[in-house]
Write a protein that binds this ligand. Structure first.
Ligand SMILES: Nc1nc2c(c(=O)[nH]1)N[C@H]1C(S)=C(S)[C@@H](COP(=O)(O)OP(=O)(O)OC[C@H]3O[C@@H](n4cnc5c(=O)[nH]c(N)nc54)[C@H](O)[C@@H]3O)O[C@H]1N2
Ligand SMILES: Nc1nc2c(c(=O)[nH]1)N[C@H]1C(S)=C(S)[C@@H](COP(=O)(O)OP(=O)(O)OC[C@H]3O[C@@H](n4cnc5c(=O)[nH]c(N)nc54)[C@H](O)[C@@H]3O)O[C@H]1N2
Ligand code: SF4
Ligand SMILES: [Mo]
Length: 780
């Protein structure tokens, strides 16, 4: 990628670090009411008018797991007084604007806080950084001598995607000699582990061309809320005649704006996808040219071994049956005509094609059988298949959706890619499958501090089983834990076990800028900076921009960045040198080889991506064969079918019957516009403009059967625990299903993760929280 190919974003109206004359920017209070930019109004910040005529401006990025909007912050007398959309193509939301209330939050820890009461009690005393780092060094050394490095673990999450945050933690613990890793993303492990081998990359988003689509299936995701600043593009597509279809058990904000709302039982999306594929194959609605040229479906699979047949001496060449020479030849040989099916050929006895294996799984899913399993009416299955296959270009929006946080969610991810490949929708404006996307597809940003190799053997803790594993000393006893950029007590399933695990671990350090639910269970809380308080680089997978995050204000008290904290500790532990550089020096290292420089970023964000970005242009995938490889050896090696298969979930109304009798309601999760997971939810503007209590959406029939009315305090519960919330009784959800909300704090009544399924999705190691069974009762 050369500099010429990179698009310098248009400069903002006002250059950074210049003094602003005049008013006319966003009135924050007005934005709360959704009014947006109101030129000519006085700037109102936290209820009081503020004179911005002498403000200095800085840019940063809204760096938690959302769209990484470029933000512009106004600083008056050393205080961040206002935040608005910076140099970005879409608008920041109320959460981003509310960052002033995060930065200036009076409840932020200002010094290291050492626990003085019981864990969870919230009793602390402030200590100095010197005392805190000495104590940490002592605890690390004690753990190393008692348990070995296996006794150390750390968990990072989605709180800050800056290049100088999460990656630095990995380097630190590897410099220590290694640790027991907590593996598997609770977000999108099923997407990563399916998409990467199948298509060659992840984070390939189609958001630049949503408006060019003729037909959009929003499948188990809710972009009107979870990708909200792009939603106008869906509406633009609709105004040009596109049909918008939403598949969701709940009348989501997106479903409400769609042409069709198709309800489905959670965890059954694969069966629907296979049913569509059956129709597409049997009615020959598939794009044969695309399949032959751009996918591995003609590759031969040996019936005896179940493996694809590779060409000798070439690991990226697969054997196919050539219909011209009537022989088995490498797929990349010139002048051949590979067969999709082998029936009638002399090799049919010994081989299948990948196409045949896929069809074998799809053909059992008649529309009637799909209806039985998924509750999607048979007629709708037929309609969906016909419309999706014929209304080109057609797009599937997946965006790390809920459907894949289910028991065999990897297959649901796979079937969406099958559908797009069979209909030849990849690589075209308005087509494809929309993942969360970002610059990682186009440039490779280096890690700031390369990790040394860990010494010794380390077992793993699967994220969904975090609590259970630690309580059972699996794979070994844990004596020291470090937590940064994640909230274990709100986001990890089986919260009751997570809480006990945090109590059990002799020393837990939580680094955060607020006293979160997880901080409550720490032995030591280290106060960290937020955006606008330190320098960082945002070049990750949610935005098409590479952004410099500038320091605009001093943090409160003695809060420090994660990088500064690790640097201090590394010095005390004898490996300080690797960590001892300024953020700017590290950023320069990260940018090496990208063609982007720090100087360039000081002028504003840079987009290294072609515009519009179209993943896999001309059907060229990023796999070794440059084809979509729809057969997955990785699934086979785990003992599963290497092509997409429907497996009925266990924690499901038609799964484990004893469990379903005890807990007859299927609870799905939803993300709200209040928060990004657990962040923002404590800020006054958010509570004032939305709600301050968790809700459960429940169908009127299910509610009346339990004597529940809207507004009642209720408890959703199962064997794992209880989630306390307020009933919202409406027919906006399928009967038998309830929707619980993501991200509520312990201090606000507790997270829905107290009840969520902690089953480890076996194909990927991911999260199954949307296959959860509960019962609901009125609070006594
Ligand atoms: N406002 C906001 N935006 C966010 C986030 C946030 O926390 N808040 N988080 C970001 C992150 S990290 C992610 S991963 C994305 C996720 O974004 P989404 O996947 O859109 O988020 P959810 O609200 O969890 O789920 C979307 C819908 O899936 C439905 N659903 C649940 N289970 C199933 C199922 O089995 N099948 C089908 N078909 N539908 C099902 C739910 O009813 C819900 O309406 O959003 C990102 N954007
Ligand atoms: N019940 C339920 N559970 C879920 C989901 C659900 O829908 N329902 N969704 C799942 C999904 S999709 C995801 S992505 C995960 C997300 O789960 P997490 O990654 O745990 O996300 P957050 O809750 O936002 O936690 C981020 C934390 O990082 C802190 N933070 C922010 N900036 C910094 C920083 O610079 N340094 C440090 N040290 N900390 C910082 C924030 O204050 C916050 O406490 O949750 C998963 N869990
Ligand atoms: S929370 Fe998300 S949508 Fe809102 S400003 Fe931040 S990145 Fe943008
Ligand atoms: Mo996520």
């Amino acid at each position: 990628m050369t500099n010429e190919n990179m698009t310098k974003k248009k400069p903002s109206g006002v250059s950074r670090r210049t003094f602003i004359k005049g008013t006319g920017a966003v009135a924050a209070a007005a934005a709360v009411g959704g009014i947006g930019i109101t030129a000519g109004m006085p700037d109102v910040v936290e209820g009081a008018p503020v004179d911005l005529s002498n403000a200095k401006t800085f840019t940063s990025s809204c760096a938690m797991e959302c769209l990484h909007h470029n933000l512009k912050g106004y600083v008056v007398d050393g205080k961040l007084v206002k935040v608005e959309t910076g140099d970005d193509t879409t608008k920041a939301c109320l959460r981003g604007i509310s960052r002033t209330q995060w930065v200036n939050n009076p409840d932020r820890p200002k010094m290291p806080m050492l626990r003085t009461g019981e864990k969870g009690e919230g009793k602390w005393k402030e200590i100095s950084w010197d005392e805190a780092t000495d104590l940490i060094v002592t605890k690390i050394k004690e753990t190393q001598s008692e348990l070995g490095n296996q006794g150390i673990t750390y968990k990072g999450g989605s709180g800050n995607f800056g290049a100088l945050t999460g990656g630095v933690a990995g380097a630190f613990f590897n410099y220590l000699g290694g640790y027991t890793p907590i593996v598997g993303s609770l977000c999108c492990q099923a997407v990563t582990s399916t998409m990467t081998p199948m298509l060659g990359t992840r984070y390939e988003d189609t958001r630049d061309t949503i408006q060019d689509s003729n037909y959009i299936i929003v499948w188990g995701t809710n972009p009107a809320v979870t990708m909200q600043s792009y939603f106008s593009k869906y509406q633009e597509a609709m105004s040009k005649g596109a049909r918008l279809i939403t598949i969701d058990p709940r009348l989501s904000e997106t479903a409400a704006k769609s042409d069709e709302w198709i309800t489905i039982l959670p965890g059954t999306d694969t069966a629907l996808g296979l049913g569509m594929l059956k129709i597409i194959i049997e009615e020959k609605l598939y794009d044969q040219g695309f399949l032959l040229k751009h996918t591995g479906v003609p590759f031969l699979v040996d019936k005896a071994t179940g493996d694809q047949v590779k060409a000798e001496d070439n690991d990226t060449s697969y054997m196919v049956y050539d219909q011209i020479s009537k022989s088995i030849v490498p797929h990349d040989q010139e002048g051949i005509s590979p067969a999709l099916r082998l029936d009638g050929t002399p090799i049919a006895e010994q081989y299948n094609t990948v196409f045949e294996l896929i069809y074998n799984e799809a053909k059992i899913w008649t529309p009637e059988k799909v209806q039985e399993e998924t509750d999607v009416p048979a007629g709708k299955v037929v309609l969906l298949a016909h419309e999706y296959a014929t209304a080109k270009p057609a797009m599937i929006v997946q965006n790390m959706g809920s459907f894949q946080r289910t028991e065999y969610g990897s297959y649901a991810v796979g079937v969406q890619f099958y559908l797009a490949a069979f209909t030849g929708n990849f690589g075209k404006a308005g087509g494809g499958v929309c993942d969360a996307g970002g610059v990682g597809t186009t440039i490779k940003v280096k890690t700031a501090i390369p990790s040394p190799k860990p010494q010794g053997e380390f077992g793993q803790i699967p994220s969904p089983k975090l609590g259970e594993y630690i309580l059972a000393d699996k794979p070994n006893k844990i004596g020291f834990m470090w937590v940064l950029t994640t909230s274990l007590m709100t986001q990890f399933p089986n919260t009751a076990a997570v809480k006990e695990a945090l109590k059990k671990i002799p020393f837990v350090v939580v680094v955060d800028s607020l006293m979160t639910s997880t901080a409550l269970y720490a032995d030591l809380v280290l106060p960290c900076t937020t955006i606008f308080e330190d320098t960082n680089l945002l070049a990750h997978n949610r935005s098409h921009l590479v952004q410099l995050m500038e320091k605009a204000v001093e943090p409160p008290g003695e809060a420090k960045s994660d990088l500064e904290i690790f640097t201090m500790l590394a010095k005390k532990l004898g490996f300080g040198e690797a960590f001892d550089k300024s953020p700017e020096e590290f950023i320069e290292i990260c940018l090496e080889g990208t063609g982007i420089t720090l100087e360039q970023l000081k002028q504003g964000p840079v987009s290294p991506m072609p515009q519009p970005y179209i993943p896999y242009p001309d059907g060229k995938f990023r796999t070794p064969t440059e084809k979509a490889e729809l057969f997955m050896p990785a699934w086979k090696s785990k003992g599963f079918n290497p092509v997409v298969t429907y497996i009925r979930p266990n924690e499901f109304i038609n799964g484990d019957q004893a469990l379903a009798e005890k807990y007859p309601l299927m609870a799905v999760q939803r993300k709200t516009n209040r928060t990004i997971h657990s962040t923002f939810g404590n800020l006054p503007w958010i509570s004032e403009s939305t709600r301050s209590k968790a809700q459960v959406l429940i169908h009127p029939d299910d509610a009346s059967a339990r004597g529940i009315k809207s507004g009642d305090k209720v408890v959703a519960y199962n064997d794992r625990g209880e989630h306390h919330c307020i009933a919202n009784v409406q027919a906006h959800i399928k009967k038998g299903i309830v929707a619980l909300e993501n991200g509520w704090w312990e201090q606000q009544g507790g997270s829905s993760s107290y009840v969520t399924n902690d089953f480890v999705e076996p194909l990927s190691g991911g999260h199954s929280n949307n296959n959860t069974l509960v019962q609901i009762r009125k609070e006594a």
